[in-house]
Design a protein around this ligand. Structure first.
Ligand code: ATP
Ligand code: MG
Length: 315
């Protein structure tokens, strides 16, 4: 029996991973995962809430696994898998959807933000928090490293666990979100939360050119000496004292400051990008096959317990 605490996080293959995903979720995972019994998912069914292109979904899914490994995850020391390989996720999500109310789900900020941004208000997007609850609770997860935008979804997960436990008896453990200070909401090039689906990202594994282009497109207002949107992203890469010097020396010179930021990002990304180039599709297939077998074993055991409790049986 593994006595380590259980840790789990997941990223959607809804586009190319960006530096917000890295600092908010992936890096905290990489820094911690060896101390825990760790699970890292590619949540492809979640991505279906915003994607309709099967080829892109397939490619993004493979790419995200490469991103995980290139960011420092050793698949032998964590269960790396994709959500769709474990059908118990969607099955348990349905069970939770039957326990929570529509008004409760209507309060979800992430849903409201996406609809306000013009994304389709489909029922999958609306029910998203219960699929996420299933992702987390199937593995008796105790710790969930995420960005600030997911805080409420982890609260919803606790609520789903409580509702189930009250209805059917103690079954699920209440998980805790882990949100690191200073990286909870990485802003995008428009100053709003960086999101794959908002097209305001700085790609994590972009080429030098991609990174430069994205940094040059950061929206600046010309009212002050310091371009706040540039500074907010720069804080991820340098200490306050270093930034103080740089932003004093180049006060008002937005182009220079953006060039410094681009080269600071490049310095962090370049070694990971090099590593990523050596990760083949065959390696990804092997990692996913092995990870899904291990995840399925755990999930099927938990789901058997759930089915028994709720009165679903096979003849
Ligand atoms: P989408 O627009 O499709 O929702 P996303 O960019 O928000 O994509 P997700 O896959 O939804 O990315 O989130 C993966 C993880 O990255 C989550 O833990 C989330 O909290 C974190 N995350 C996403 N965006 C940011 C951000 N701007 N700052 C910090 N963390 C973030
Ligand atoms: Mg998101």
């Amino acid at each position: 029996m593994n006595s380590k605490k259980r840790l789990l996080t997941g990223l959607q293959p809804s586009g190319t991973l960006h530096i917000g995903n890295y600092f908010g979720a992936l890096k905290p995972f990489v820094n911690l995962y060896k101390e825990y019994d760790s699970h890292l998912m590619v949540v492809d069914y979640h991505a279906l809430t915003t994607m309709r292109d099967p080829g892109a979904l397939r490619q993004n899914t493979i790419d995200v696994v490469k991103d995980y490994i290139a960011s420092g995850v050793n698949p032998e020391e964590a269960i790396v898998f994709k959500q769709s390989d474990v059908p118990e996720h969607t099955e348990l999500a349905w069970t939770f959807e039957c326990l929570v109310t529509v008004p409760f789900l209507m309060q979800a900020h992430a849903y409201k933000d996406k609809v306000a941004k013009g994304l389709e208000a489909n029922a999958g997007l609306f029910n998203y928090p219960m699929l996420m609850a299933a992702d987390i609770l199937l593995y008796d997860t105790e710790v969930v490293p995420v960005g600030e935008d997911q805080r409420q979804h982890v609260e919803y997960t606790r609520e789903a666990a409580t509702k189930f436990n009250n209805a059917y008896g103690e079954t699920f453990t209440a998980p805790q979100e882990m949100i690191l200070e200073g990286v909870g909401v990485v802003p995008g090039v428009d100053g709003k939360k960086m999101s794959k689906s908002y097209k305001n990202t700085i790609p994590l594994f972009g080429s030098t050119d991609d990174i430069e282009k994205a940094v040059m497109s950061i929206v600046t207002d010309s009212s002050g000496e310091r371009p706040e949107n540039v500074y907010a992203i720069h804080k991820l890469f340098r200490t306050d004292a270093e930034l103080e010097n740089i932003y004093t020396e180049h006060a008002g010179k937005y182009k220079n400051l953006k060039e410094i930021l681009a080269s600071d990002i490049e310095a962090v990304i370049a070694p990971m990008r090099e590593k990523r180039a050596s990760i083949t599709d065959e390696i990804v297939a092997h990692v996913l096959k092995d990870g899904s077998e291990r995840a399925r074993e755990r999930a099927s055991r938990k789901m058997a317990e759930v089915r028994k409790k709720i009165g679903i049986f096979s003849v």
